[in-house]
Design a protein around this ligand. Structure first.
Ligand code: ADP
Ligand code: MG
Length: 234
């Protein structure tokens, strides 16, 4: 799917330097990310674990350009997020990343194919091309036979596979997933992790996922741990 030139030197996917994030409630400051720095090369499956409240979702939301840091440098596939304007961030969200949520965030009354093609259609791609790409993405996640089903007619694992199809349909460079198996049984979780591995190995997409599951947290290529707003190890 990728039309990139072959390169022998691996490139950086994520570069984070001295990132700080503090939430304020009135005058009271709640520091959440405390001088976070790390670098990840492309085409890796990265897991991030850590206790509840340690700042994992905040970090992921900053990488998703849903939230902004207070200071530091954040570069994702050459896109500098800190200090970028809204237009640049919109292009970044649309082209560079795909997001997978714990609770799927699918439109309940739309079929699988409409859920997957809608973001393409909204970004200006013709309906027929958007549907053809959505069909291909659904086939990649093994759901061709469910393309006309709505979320209520699908299991949790199937819904998450539709979400993954939606996340890869525009051929992003990075998938960001916050506890994507948090709501699934162990069999479905295993299938979702196999799919993420295929995204990395077969499609050359980098995957960065937050998990509470020890086994998943120790799988993949790079295992990060977060404690009190700091990355513990690599
Ligand atoms: P995790 O995903 O590791 O459980 P989060 O990144 O969601 O942790 O949250 C880290 C801390 O930041 C928590 O103490 C949480 O209450 C706080 N926090 C998160 N979002 C906000 C917000 N919008 N306003 C205030 N505090 C927040
Ligand atoms: Mg969280």
């Amino acid at each position: 799917m990728s039309n990139e030139k072959k390169e022998s030197v691996s490139k950086s996917a994520i570069q984070i330097q001295h990132v700080n994030k503090t939430f304020y409630q009135g005058e009271v400051a709640f520091p959440v990310l405390n001088d976070v720095s790390f670098e990840i090369e492309e085409k890796k499956l990265v897991t991030l674990m850590g206790p509840s409240g340690s700042g994992k979702s905040t970090l992921l939301n900053i990488l998703s350009a849903i939230e902004s840091a207070n200071s530091g440098q954040i570069t994702v596939f050459g896109n500098k997020l800190f200090g970028a304007n809204e237009k640049e961030l919109t292009i970044y969200r649309r082209k560079t990343i795909g997001i997978v949520f714990q609770f799927f965030h699918l439109f309940p009354y739309l079929s699988a194919i409409d859920n997957v093609s809608l973001p393409l259609y909204l970004s200006g791609i013709s309906k027929s091309v958007a549907e053809a790409k959505a069909k291909e993405a659904l086939s990649l996640v093994g759901l061709s036979h469910r393309k006309d089903f709505t979320p209520k007619e699908m299991s949790g694992g199937e819904k998450q596979r539709v979400s993954i199809a939606r996340a890869i349909v525009h051929q992003p460079k990075l998938i960001l997933a916050d506890e994507p198996t948090g709501n699934l049984d162990s069999g479905s979780s295993e299938m979702i992790m196999k799919l993420f591995n295929r995204c990395v190995k077969e499609l050359g997409i980098s995957v960065f996922l937050v998990t509470h599951n020890e086994q998943i947290g120790e799988s993949g290529d790079i295992n990060l741990r977060m404690l009190d707003g700091k990355i513990q190890n690599k």
